[in-house]
Design a protein around this ligand. Structure first.
Ligand SMILES: [Zn+2]
Length: 374
């Protein structure tokens, strides 16, 4: 059994398509990972997540360590058994969410001490504890523990933060390697930092490559800098990372973000947008996002998207989805989330096929013409 392998089948410009092979299954790239924050992809049964085309989902260390607790998940047989998903799971390190969600944070070289946003209880997250939690969860792709600073801070603050994250990456590598049987069947990804600065991004990429990882994430983007600044950074950041390893852009994004990032050499993504939007009444279509609460859908007997083969579009009308969302019925969130996840997976499948057939430029142009038309 292969622990971890990445085969690139075709490239088109900077865009690549391939397969990541792991013990729990293959991951077709470019890949979109639905976010399963608290051992659930909200409003979705796991068999329906799989039916949408997902090869891998993401779990959040920060949420799971606080509730139900990593040790409890381990006693219950691990995250796959607990949540009913037998394919690969990527877990984040908790670093990003401890910065954005918890209170009373104190960051030192050792790690981050913080108070839980649930009950105020005190916790420490360090590289070693993050690796232990991800091992207890039974993660397939483990992420290094890092600090994700706001991109609008002075360069020396960004530099110092990045340098500490690189020391934490070394400690993460060592702690992961000491994980025994788990280390023999899972993978570890490093995370590039350095905000929007090309030189800092290069230094970060070099430090990570020296340590050596199975894959490399681009962190510190999609934190409010805007699409233009993100794309400008993606002109150089992916190319600074090893070409033969998967590149994962964390926390991205909108459908047009995904197309633009694949165009610049990114292979993997995760984002709450399709699931969160599904609960808030926003549906994604090939002609752009649609607010199902809008009165113009009230008597529309057509499907949400004419081209979508998902269970929602096959059976239900825009009028019905409008009614469910206006009434606050939970089925509205379920049906729209399911459509959105199918839409994202169809977009990824479309990009994979276009890259394989050497027509990605045309695919991206057609996508933007329809999706961004107003
Ligand atoms: Zn649909």
């Amino acid at each position: 059994m292969t622990r971890f392998a990445f085969d690139i089948h075709a490239t088109d410009g900077k865009a690549r398509t391939g397969t990541i092979r792991m013990m729990r299954g293959d991951i077709r790239t470019p890949a979109f990972m639905p976010v399963g924050t608290a051992a659930t992809v909200k409003a979705m049964k796991m068999e329906d997540v799989r039916a949408s085309g997902a090869d891998i989902i993401l779990g959040n260390t920060y949420h799971l360590m606080l509730r139900p607790g990593a040790e409890r998940v381990a006693r219950l047989g691990g995250l796959h058994k607990f949540g009913g998903w037998d394919r690969p799971i990527l877990t984040d390190s908790g670093g990003y969410q401890v910065m954005s969600l918890s209170e009373l944070r104190k960051i030192t070289e050792e790690g981050v001490t913080f108070a839980s946003h649930l009950d105020g209880s005190r916790h420490l997250l360090s590289p070693e504890r993050s690796m232990e939690i991800q091992r207890l969860l039974g993660s397939d792709i483990v992420m290094c523990f890092d600090e994700c600073p706001r991109a609008d801070q002075p360069r020396d603050v960004i530099a110092k933060s990045m340098e500490m994250s690189m020391r934490w990456a070394r400690r993460s590598r060592d702690a992961f390697n000491a994980g025994g049987e788990h280390a023999e069947r899972s993978a570890l990804f490093g995370i590039q930092q350095g905000a929007l600065d090309e030189r800092l991004r290069k230094d970060s990429a070099d430090a990570l490559t020296d340590i050596g990882f199975d894959g490399y994430a681009i962190g510190g983007l999609a934190v409010g800098e805007g699409q233009e600044a993100m794309f400008a950074t993606l002109e150089f950041a992916p190319q600074q990372l090893p070409a033969d390893r998967p590149r994962y852009l964390m926390g991205v994004g909108k459908p047009d973000d995904l197309v633009g990032a694949v165009e610049r050499g990114v292979d993997m993504f995760d984002c709450v947008l399709p699931t969160r939007s599904g609960r808030n009444g926003q549906g994604f279509t090939w002609n752009g996002p649609v607010n199902m609460r809008n009165a113009r859908h009230a008597e529309d007997t057509g499907p949400l998207d004419e081209r979508c083969p998902c269970p929602t579009c096959t059976k239900y009308s825009r009028a019905y989805l409008h009614h469910l969302h206006k009434s606050g019925e939970m089925l509205g969130a379920m049906l729209l989330t399911e459509h959105n996840l199918w839409f994202y997976q169809q977009l990824m499948a479309g990009m994979r096929a276009a890259i394989a057939e050497g027509r990605f430029t045309g695919f991206a142009a057609d996508f933007r013409r329809d999706y961004l038309a107003r």
